[in-house]
Design a protein around this ligand. Sequence first.
Ligand code: DGL
Length: 269
Amino acid sequence: MTTADHIGVFDSGVGGLTVLRELVRALPGKRFVYLGDTARVPYGTKSAETVVKYALGAARVLADRAQLGALVVACNTASAVALDALRSALAVPVFGVIEPGAAAGVAATRVGRVAVLATPATIASRAYEHAIHALDRRVRVFGIACPLFVPLAEAGWVDDDVARLVAERYLHPIVNGTARDVDTVILGCTHYPLLDRVIRRTVGRGRRVVDSASATAADVALALGAVTASRARARAHIEVLVTDRAMGVAETARRFFGDSVGRIARVDL
Ligand code: DGL
């Protein structure tokens, strides 16, 4: 296997591991190098200009670390504002998470009404509306910014009373407000699947909750070629990098991937 087989994956912190988990399932035997930009998290409350700068820096660190065959932007905020800049800067295929998430939402809704939970930067970019309307103009989209879910996910406070109260406050429009007719909720931030249980309980069983992870992994697997039976049994090779303290990244990486993850290295952007 050549080093160009590495798939680079990045996020502001722990959230992109939810995408990496699906990539590892869809592409067993591949080598992954993951960067959590823990020195700069959160991205989602910052300006588009700043996020573009961070995303280009993250891509550069990954490209310096390994010969990349592809880059997966496992961050909705960076996918919303920096995908074009990343595609211009890199000579390898660059995959974002917004289009796969939008497709999952459009496929799930029966009534043509979806809520998108995402960071303020992603909501402001209207990237989900554009991606959803490119697939089906009739779908009504309700964007709800939920920035406090990000520090809760980083801290691992994902299934307690604090998370429940925050979810009830943010998701009130769905439970009993202007978005109560939605039947589908898109988790439009890769941190939010870590709070999946609390979010599902809050929006109620009658609504479908979808995210980008498995649809993104399917897109990447399709583009990079089919998985062979021998590789399907192969062990994952995952290198995890962070730009500051590992925070929740180390704990979640070990929980998801066990000892497939070695020592977590600290790098500078
Ligand atoms: N996980 C990222 C996203 O999908 C960024 C969260 C943040 O850093 O604010 O948007």
